[in-house]
Ligand binder design. Structure first.
Ligand code: ATP
Ligand code: MG
Length: 213
């Protein structure tokens, strides 16, 4: 995700306040309460906020120098495609995840200046968070989660069917990730792929797939 005050990224955008954009629809809305600072300045501010997961060839730049201001006392929606960095932004704004570079301020407090205890206290006293979650096994990769029902049934999914559900759900380049390394929507798509594959194999008969693999 890359946001700028005047021109938002094609991947994801902050809609601004509901007061400024009353007619604009949103797919995901998050409210942030900045407590004691609500009446005096922005609730949260980010400057050049950058978050890179991993390193080398597999590195994912989830936030690319995001600069934005969330007004206090208003509701702001953030929308964008699955995997565009919405949750990463919210986690970093709420001090749940550290930035790779850049700054986040909650009220006047710079999160980067806080140690773990101070950060915990700030989150407890001034921030609330609702998480996305799905029933995937955290220790298994996306691929292993998708094929788990088949393997539990003692079967091995046909590569063509597996490839098809992976393509349909757009997970080709996320198969080796564990759920904690996937966006909420990607986790949801893994759950969909798992259900699709199970129903396809179930309708064709588990034993048949075992024999054909
Ligand atoms: N721990 C991680 N390790 C590696 N990549 C990660 C990790 N967490 C998230 N990502 C990647 O960072 C990108 C942004 O993820 P994020 O969860 O912020 O997306 P999102 O906009 O909230 O998507 P969704 O709408 O699907 O919830 C995705 O491509 C995701 O695969
Ligand atoms: Mg998300």
């Amino acid at each position: 995700m890359s946001l700028r005050p005047a021109r938002f990224s094609r991947r994801a955008s902050a809609l601004g306040s509901t007061r400024d954009n009353p007619e604009r629809p949103s797919t995901e809305v998050v409210s942030v309460e900045a407590g004691r600072s609500a009446s005096v300045g922005p609730a949260i501010r980010a400057a050049e906020a950058t978050k890179v997961y991993g390193c080398g060839a597999t590195a994912v730049r989830a936030l690319d120098a995001v600069t934005l201001t969330l007004p206090a006392g208003e509701l702001t929606g953030i929308m964008g495609p699955s995997g565009s960095g919405k949750s990463t932004l919210l986690h970093c704004l709420a001090g749940l995840d550290p930035l790779t570079s850049g700054e986040v301020f909650v009220g006047e407090v710079r999160l980067g200046s806080l140690d773990d205890d101070a950060l915990t206290a700030l989150r407890r006293e001034r921030l609330g968070f609702v998480f996305q979650s799905f029933n995937l096994l955290p220790t298994l990769t996306a691929s292993d989660n998708i094929t788990l029902p088949a393997r539990l049934a003692g079967s091995h999914p046909e590569p063509d069917w597996l490839r098809t559900v992976v393509e349909v759900t757009g997970l080709e380049d996320r198969l080796s990730h564990r759920p904690s390394e996937l966006s909420g929507g990607e986790q949801q798509r893994v759950a969909v792929a798992r259900a699709l594959l199970a129903s396809i194999l179930g309708s064709r008969g588990w034993g048949e797939d075992e024999a054909s693999s």
